[in-house]
Design a protein around this ligand. Structure first.
Ligand SMILES: Cc1ncc(COP(=O)(O)O)c(C=O)c1O
Length: 327
């Protein structure tokens, strides 16, 4: 079928079954990197704009602004380019270069609020986005508190249900804003009441109450001191678990080298936790993993030996464990 806009290519992403060890549950990866911009987040970006237009909050020629580590920004940049909006991404030095270059390619303005600080400046980013909206009439999509974010994943839930019917036991996903996991999980739970929804955050992120510490998994979790928005629906999530940076990144590297599967850093952590679940659950159980993005955006970090070594992220024990969890 011939499409007329890039955004018409969003969705109907493939499911990829991992080759797990004998005696394990089935693990299916929902490969969201096959969306335009290479991430699930384009789904919510389009929907937040759709809902804002429907509510009269955005008018032709308007200005969109968002505080974003990159993937939401890529989505908004593409939609803004298609619909003729100006888009400003408020970022810090945690964003990976390729995501910033991608946003620029779609014509977005990048506003870095972090100065020389290396880490996340999520709170500062939000303050600047709010100020642009208040003082200059831009529309701040405010992804952490905007129900247009989770609502954007309703089609994803329908895709999973179309492909798998009621045969899904666990839904595993990263939690940053919580939009992808909660938006998908909410619709699926209506159809599959016994579905277990498991949120995965980096060790050091504080979404599920652990101690705060720096982490390298980009785009996911909430660092200490940043607000957790309404989009994280704790009533919906059965359990929150944590993946360390080494677990996440060794999983990405292992999948790339042994199976030719190139996924992003946050997804590596989710897959690792899902594989542990698969071993505990055994055959007859189906676990779906939301893979937020692909590994192409992390070739300078997760897939770069020097970067891994410089940050002390290699861990032979994790590799050994992966060899036992996978076939
Ligand atoms: C790479 C990556 N992983 C995970 C997430 C978390 O997704 P969500 O905000 O839907 O919780 C994001 C969000 O931007 C992301 O960019």
């Amino acid at each position: 079928m011939i499409k007329t806009r890039t955004s018409d290519l969003i969705g109907r992403t493939p499911l990829l079954e991992l080759s797990v060890a004998d005696g394990s549950a089935t693990v299916l990866l929902k490969m969201e990197q096959y969306n335009p911009t290479g991430t699930a987040k384009i789904r919510m970006a389009r929907n937040m704009v759709d809902e804002a237009e429907a509510a009269g909050l955005l008018t032709p020629g308007g200005w969109l602004v968002e505080s974003t580590s990159g993937n939401t920004g890529l989505g908004l940049a593409l939609i803004a380019a298609e619909r003729g909006y100006k888009f400003t991404a408020v970022v810090d030095n945690h964003s990976c270069t390729d995501k910033l270059r991608g946003m620029r390619a779609y014509g977005a303005d990048i506003l870095n609020v972090a100065g020389d600080e290396e880490g996340l400046a999520t709170a500062e980013r939000d303050t600047v986005a709010a100020r642009l909206a208040a003082e200059h009439g831009a529309y701040w999509t405010a992804q952490h508190n905007n129900q247009g974010n989770p609502n954007g994943y309703r089609p994803l839930a329908r895709e999973l249900h179309d492909d798998l019917g009621d045969g899904i036991d666990y839904l595993y996903g990263a939690v940053g804003t919580g939009g992808s996991l909660c938006g998908t999980g909410r619709v699926l739970r209506e159809r599959i009441p016994d579905l277990k929804i498991i949120g995965v955050e980096p060790v050091g992120s504080v979404v599920f109450g652990g101690a705060g510490a720096p982490y390298h998994q980009s785009g996911t979790g909430t660092p200490e001191g940043s607000e957790i928005g309404d989009v994280v629906d704790y009533a919906l999530i059965d359990e929150g678990v944590r993946a360390g940076d080494s677990e996440a990144f060794e999983t990405c590297r292992y999948l790339a080298r042994n199976f030719g599967v190139l996924i992003g850093g946050s997804a590596g952590g989710v897959v690792y936790k899902a594989l542990e679940q698969a071993q505990r659950s055994g055959p007859g159980t189906t676990i779906v993993v939301l893979v937020c993005d692909g590994g192409e955006k992390y070739l300078d970090t997760v897939f770069n030996d020097d970067w891994m070594a410089a940050h002390g992220l290699f861990d032979a024990q994790v590799v050994h464990r992966l060899a036992a969890l996978l076939r």
